[in-house]
Write a new protein. Structure first.
Length: 377
């Protein structure tokens, strides 16, 4: 969510000002630190007591007060004024203002999402008292470690059910069209009365799949279970290739060729040749995919992207998707965020969606399994 200002400390030293921890974090674009501060403010603001969406505004203000948000804004305003008075390079001030604005907006987006998450959890807790919803319907972001283990078992059950459905469909479709000539020949002994029918056998065409999975912290459970399901039913495809990304792209197909799926997924989430703790950059990832892998995309390839489309206000480079859509059989995007969040803050999802064959909300295992079923049947 945050844009770094690499010379922030140097700029601060020039003014002689002393800034609060929050103001320093905003100046430096320290995303992980700001996230920890926001989570602490959410706890101190007692978000768990929030009961209705009409309270969002007041709880958001309460979080900002716990953070010292308003004081930090005044400090940064004073910093900019001092720099404008003292700087020998006035052209450097507008970029600094722009960076501070983006980082402030990123923090506010994070606070709103935290408030909304707590409200959704409150609603889920209330509903559990009456209907006890299945683990299949639980949002990926709210899973505990214990529930992730249970989910793996659910995935195995779902995969078996999907394979049975595919087998049933194949048995029906494999009969194909009646082969009149062979039917008559086989029934010559019955004077041509067709007691035994012969059908032309149909062979189901299998697609190749290339799955690009965002493994930043807000999305990786969705990516985890997508990979789990894909490899559980990989015999339904000609080949499955998998990639993970945050700000750069790494192929992890070899992990799945050497290991069982759960072990391969843990490797992919920790040991791929990428920087896991960087800022999401979908634009650079798309360019890297274009440069390295477009040559492998053809009319039999389905490209599936799993991610929230939040691009930190960086260049989206959606033209790559436009070209990719022309090369592949289908371009599918699964987003684990609610549709109502698409296009808010730093989300480029609406722009990306315009170039996709299919875009689906995919917040829980039921939605994911419904998508995979449509994919293979």
């Amino acid at each position: 969510l945050f844009v770094r200002f690499l010379d922030g400390q140097r700029a601060l030293e020039k003014t002689g000002l002393s800034l609060s921890p929050l103001a320093k974090a905003l100046l430096g674009g320290e995303g992980p630190l700001l996230e920890r501060m926001a989570l602490q403010a959410a706890r101190e603001a007692s978000l768990k007591e929030m009961e209705h969406s009409l309270q969002l505004g007041s709880y958001l203000r309460r979080m900002k007060e716990k953070l010292g948000f308003f004081e930090a804004m005044k400090e940064l305003e004073t910093l900019v004024q001092r720099l404008e008075e003292q700087s020998s390079e006035p052209q450097s001030i507008p970029p600094l203002k722009n960076i501070l604005r983006r980082n402030r907006e990123g923090l506010e987006t994070m606070l709103r999402r935290l408030a909304r998450i707590h409200l959704d959890r409150r609603g889920e807790s209330w509903r559990r008292g009456f209907s006890s919803p299945s683990l299949l319907d639980k949002s990926f972001w709210s899973l505990t470690e214990e529930e992730i283990g249970e989910m793996r078992r659910e995935v195995a059950i779902l995969a078996r059910k999907l394979k049975l459905k595919v087998a049933q469909v194949d048995r029906r479709s494999m009969r194909g069209r009646l082969n009149t000539r062979k039917t008559l020949r086989r029934n010559l002994g019955t004077e041509g009365v067709p007691f035994e029918m012969v059908f032309r056998q149909k062979k189901r065409k299998k697609s190749q799949v290339m799955a690009l999975c965002d493994v930043s912290s807000s999305v990786w459970n969705a990516s985890r279970f997508m990979l789990n399901l894909l490899y559980a039913i990989q015999d339904q495809f000609d080949r499955v290739r998998s990639f993970v990304f945050v700000s750069e792209l790494g192929e992890v197909t070899s992990f799945f060729e050497r290991m069982e799926p759960n072990e391969a997924i843990e490797k992919a989430l920790k040991e791929a040749p990428i920087r896991y703790h960087s800022y999401s950059d979908y634009g650079d990832v798309l360019l890297e995919f274009q440069r390295k892998y477009f040559k492998d995309v053809n009319s039999r390839t389905m490209v599936i992207i799993i991610g929230d489309g939040r691009n930190n206000y960086l260049p989206t480079r959606s033209f790559v998707l436009e070209e990719l859509r022309e090369r592949c059989r289908k371009l599918i995007w699964l987003n684990p965020e609610p549709r109502t969040m698409w296009g808010t803050g730093d989300s480029a999802m609406l722009e990306y969606a315009a170039f996709c064959t299919l875009v689906e909300e995919c917040r829980n295992l039921r939605q994911l399994s419904n998508f995979v079923e449509k994919l293979i049947l």
